[in-house]
Design a protein around this ligand. Structure first.
Ligand code: GLU
Length: 553
């Protein structure tokens, strides 16, 4: 055995003679899918709370795979190589959150294991595969152990600064690049700590052309950095792990954030050195927002923007459908146009195209999102609204949950008001807003929150209300009811001739609207409500009469 072989066996005691890249190729064969099928993945690190960017990317991946062919594959890979930063329970949360948004995986990590033939899907369980590939690179002279300490690296950095050289570990700065294998063996046997570095053969004076699915043709200098492949504990860096995994999991399209563009030259050289065919890459724009203070565009931030974390949507109770609908508008600029021509279709029917994804930052606008969500809820049936609110209240407002479930039929009947038809009411954007809209349906929550019309004197208001208590009948339909209100108004000098009133309001004491608003405030506590006659039918005559009477006292 020559010294290089010896060094390789010393570094990789877990890799036997039979453990070769060829054996991995056989273990994870080409998928044999239909022509044009795409295999995509979402590869989150379980190091923090999920953010809107994860969902934005995940949705794009899911759509790309599932709109390619009926056997396109979308899988979940957990990139858990940074165990120090791992948050307990994060994997379960990733799966739960994505599931709650209807993002379903064909294969990948599950809460308690794996599903699929290309696993394991957690990087920590794949150590041996990385080592097999790394060993091959070492034997081919494309990787080497580097024994630099933190202090030595710091010194190199300072010298580079003094010489105004590019930073990093490369070329003449890469002091262990040409260390003889027997020297490396000695150091390892001495117990010195080391990392495994890539041996770059790139020349930055040469340019590479790269075709990105979103960004189009990119040109950049070749890499010359000897970046780290395996850390001192044998755990791979992202750069190395994603190459091995995307190759052996047979990913056809990598969709990832554009923050990876700066290290793309590393990846291009590494893919080639490994002898693997690169998949297509789509580097997605960051999710941005307009900073309220400065008025400038900036990256969404978990610290500054509550809507950046996915937990926000659950706490507020936004329907998953709203979030997905809005993200679709951010992902493909022609989505809105498609939606207006296909109002009732599922977003899954939209012909999603990776190449139609925006090149510059997607602007997340909370006001616009709320508007989208109002539209989504407005198009729901009363039953759907009831279920949505109920599920949210169960977790977040048990008092309200008890009220809702104590009389399901009652809740559904007020949710039905103003639904259906061409112009449904757009009251709420999320379930946490519902309670304040419907509180007057419950005596325990009812209060007179808003003031009566100012042009109706208090004594007259009370007279109007007491007469109303006499003429009110729960059986009146809308027309009959309104005729009664008009007559009542006329009696007190509030005109029902709205045309004349609008032309010259000063000529009248007020209009029939003032009369209905007097009743509205007495019965709902507000001067704005859905159709009042219908609201009263739902409230029932006992509640109506007792509120009107209470307002007279
Ligand atoms: N774990 C990486 C991240 O969270 C994945 C990037 C990729 O999709 O390749 O940024």
């Amino acid at each position: 055995m020559d010294n290089l072989q010896k060094l390789a066996s010393l570094i990789f005691p877990d890799v036997s003679e039979e453990d070769t890249v060829e054996s991995l190729e056989a273990l994870f064969p080409e998928r044999g899918l239909k022509e044009g099928a795409k295999v995509t993945r979402i590869a989150p690190s379980p190091t923090g709370s999920m953010h809107i960017g994860n969902l934005y990317g995940g949705l794009a991946d899911e759509r790309i795979a599932h709109t390619s062919t009926d056997d396109g594959v979308f899988y979940l890979r957990i990139e858990d190589t940074d165990d120090k930063r791992e948050v307990p329970g994060a994997v379960e949360k990733i799966i739960k959150y994505l599931g709650a948004f209807g993002i379903e995986f064909d294969e990948g990590a599950t809460a308690d294991g794996d599903k699929g033939a290309y696993g394991p899907y957690r990087q920590r369980s794949r150590a041996k595969y990385y080592h097999i590939v790394a060993k091959k690179l070492l034997l081919e002279g494309r990787a080497y152990p580097c024994f630099c300490t933190e202090e030595e690296l710091q010194k190199i950095h300072e010298q580079q600064e003094a010489e105004k050289a590019n930073f990093g570990y490369y070329g003449k700065w890469a002091v262990y690049r040409d260390l003889a294998p027997e020297e490396a063996i000695k150091k390892i046997e001495n117990g010195e700590s080391y990392v495994l570095r890539f041996k770059s053969l790139g020349d930055p004076s040469k340019k590479i052309e790269f075709k990105d699915t979103i960004k189009g043709k990119l040109t950049f200098p070749e890499n010359d950095q000897d970046f780290v492949l395996l850390k001192s504990d044998g755990i791979p860096t992202y750069h190395f792990a994603h190459v091995c995994d995307d190759h052996f999991m047979r990913t056809t399209d990598v969709v990832r954030g554009e923050e990876w563009l700066s290290t793309l030259p590393w990846h291009v050289e590494l893919w080639r050195a490994c002898g693997f065919k690169m998949p297509r890459f789509a580097h997605t724009a960051q999710v941005m927002k307009l900073d309220e203070e400065t008025g400038t565009k900036r990256k969404m931030s978990k610290r500054k923007d509550p809507e950046c974390t996915l937990g926000f949507y659950f706490e507020k109770g936004y329907p998953a459908k709203s979030v997905i609908e809005y993200l679709m508008t951010l992902l493909n600029s022609n989505y809105e146009q498609w939606r207006s021509a296909n109002k009732d279709a599922s977003y899954k029917d939209f012909p999603f195209k990776a190449s139609n994804m925006g090149n510059s930052g997607a602007m997340f606008d909370l006001a616009k999102f709320n508007d989208v969500s109002k539209n989504v809820i407005a198009a729901m049936s009363a039953d759907e609204v009831y279920e949505g609110v109920k599920e949210w209240a169960k977790e977040n407002d048990t008092g309200f949950y008890d009220m809702l479930t104590a009389d399901e039929g009652y809740a559904k009947s007020y949710f039905a008001i103003g639904r259906g038809g061409k112009k449904p009411r757009k009251d709420f954007a999320c379930w946490s807003e519902v309670k304040s809209f419907v509180s007057y349906y419950y005596d325990d929550l009812f209060t007179v929150e808003e003031s009566y019309p100012e042009n109706v004197p208090e004594s007259e208001r009370k007279q109007i209300l007491s007469e109303y208590a006499e003429i009110y009948s729960k059986d009146d339909d809308n027309n009959t009811w309104f005729e009664k209100i008009k007559a009542l108004g006329e009696k007190y000098g509030y005109t029902s001739d709205m045309k004349a009133y609008k032309a010259d309001p000063g000529a009248f004491k007020g209009s029939v609207t003032d009369v209905s608003n007097v009743i509205r405030v007495a019965v709902t506590g507000r001067n704005n409500s859905p159709d009042l006659c219908t609201v009263m039918q739902v409230l029932g005559s006992d509640r109506v009469i007792s509120r009107v009477k209470a307002a007279i006292k």
